[in-house]
Design a protein around this ligand. Structure first.
Ligand code: PGA
Length: 263
C-alpha cells in the first residue's frame, strides 16, 4: 500500500486527480467511479482540469461501483444520476460509456453477473476510485463481505442507511443494493482510496494497519497489487507509522520527479 498524507480535502483531491490524469494520458482508460462525499474533491479537480487544461475523458469508459436496488436510473438518488450530476455531465466522457449496475432490473442476480462480464469485456478496470465507510466498507461491501466476492445483491446495514438517509426527501433508503464485490475491486489494476475527516480515522487505521479481515472490508486492499491510500490529517490521525509513510512519500515524490525530468 502506498500512503499519501495530504494537508486538506482539496489536496487529497489533487493527488487523486494526478493519478487518474497520469493514466488517462497513457491512452484509453477504464475508470471505476465511486459516489459519495469522499471523491467529490477529486471529481471537482478533474472537472477543473477538463475545463482549464483540456484533460479529456473522450476515450475513457467508466463503471460505477454500486447502485441501490429498486431505484430506476432516472431517480435523483440513484448512483447513476448522482455520478452524472457530480462528475460525468461536466466532462467529455461519452454517456454510452458510463456503465452502472441497473438496480431496477427484474432479475438482480442476472444483472450482477452481466455487470461483472461487462467489466471483463472492457478489459478490466485500470483505475478504481474508492471511498471508505466509517464501518470499513468499500462500495456497498458491508462488514463480513467475502474477501473474494463478485458483483452481487447485498443488504445494507442500518448504519449505512442512516448515514445516507439525509439524501432522501422521505428519509427512506432502499434496503438492498447491487455492489461490485471485494474480488471485483481487487481485480482493478490500480486502486485509489480517498478518505477525509475524523469519522473515518478508525476505519483507515484498521484498513492499513489492522489484520486483513472481512470485518473491515477495505483491509482487502492490503492484498491489492497497487493500492494508493490518500488521506487528510484527520483521516490519518490514528495511524501509528505516520513518520514512515511521510518518509516513503518524500522518497517516492523524489523518484517520480527524477523519472519525469529524465523522460
Ligand atoms: P462518503 O461515503 O464518501 O460519503 O463518506 C463513503 C462510503 O460510504 O463508501
Amino acid at each position: 500500500m502506498q500512503i499519501l498524507l495530504c494537508d486538506s480535502p482539496d489536496h487529497v483531491g489533487r493527488r487523486a486527480a494526478d493519478v487518474i490524469e497520469a493514466r488517462l494520458r497513457q491512452g484509453p482508460a477504464v475508470l471505476g467511479l465511486a459516489t459519495g462525499g469522499s471523491p467529490r474533491t477529486t471529481y471537482k479537480e478533474l472537472i477543473r482540469r477538463h475545463q482549464e487544461e483540456q484533460l479529456s475523458f473522450a476515450q475513457a469508459t467508466a463503471f460505477t461501483l454500486d447502485e441501490y436496488a429498486g431505484l430506476p436510473p432516472s431517480h435523483e438518488q440513484s448512483y447513476y444520476s448522482t455520478i452524472r450530476r457530480e462528475f460525468v455531465d461536466h466532462v467529455d466522457l461519452p454517456l454510452e460509456r458510463l456503465i452502472t449496475p441497473n438496480g431496477d432490473a427484474p432479475d438482480l442476480v442476472a444483472e450482477a453477473n452481466r455487470y461483472d462480464s461487462a467489466i471483463s469485456a472492457a478489459g478490466g478496470v485500470d483505475v478504481q476510485v474508492l471511498g471508505i465507510g466509517a464501518n470499513g466498507h468499500i462500495g456497498f461491501n458491508e462488514p463480513t463481505s467475502s474477501l473474494d466476492s463478485r458483483t452481487r445483491v447485498k443488504t445494507l446495514t442500518r448504519t449505512t442507511r442512516e448515514d445516507n438517509a439525509r439524501f432522501f426527501a422521505d428519509g427512506q433508503v432502499p434496503r438492498l443494493c447491487l455492489t461490485e464485490g471485494l474480488g471485483t475491486i481487487r481485480d482493478a489494476k490500480l486502486a485509489v482510496l480517498v478518505a477525509m475527516g475524523e469519522n473515518k480515522a478508525e476505519a483507515v487505521r484498521l484498513m492499513v494497519e489492522g489484520p486483513v479481515s472481512a470485518n473491515c472490508p477495505a483491509s482487502v486492499l492490503q492484498m491489492h497489487r497497487h493500492a494508493i491510500i490518500i488521506l487528510d490529517p484527520q483521516a490519518a490521525a490514528q495511524l501509528s507509522s505516520l513518520e514512515y509513510y511521510r518518509e516513503a512519500q518524500e522518497f517516492n515524490d523524489d523518484l517520480s520527479l527524477r523519472a519525469r525530468s529524465a523522460g
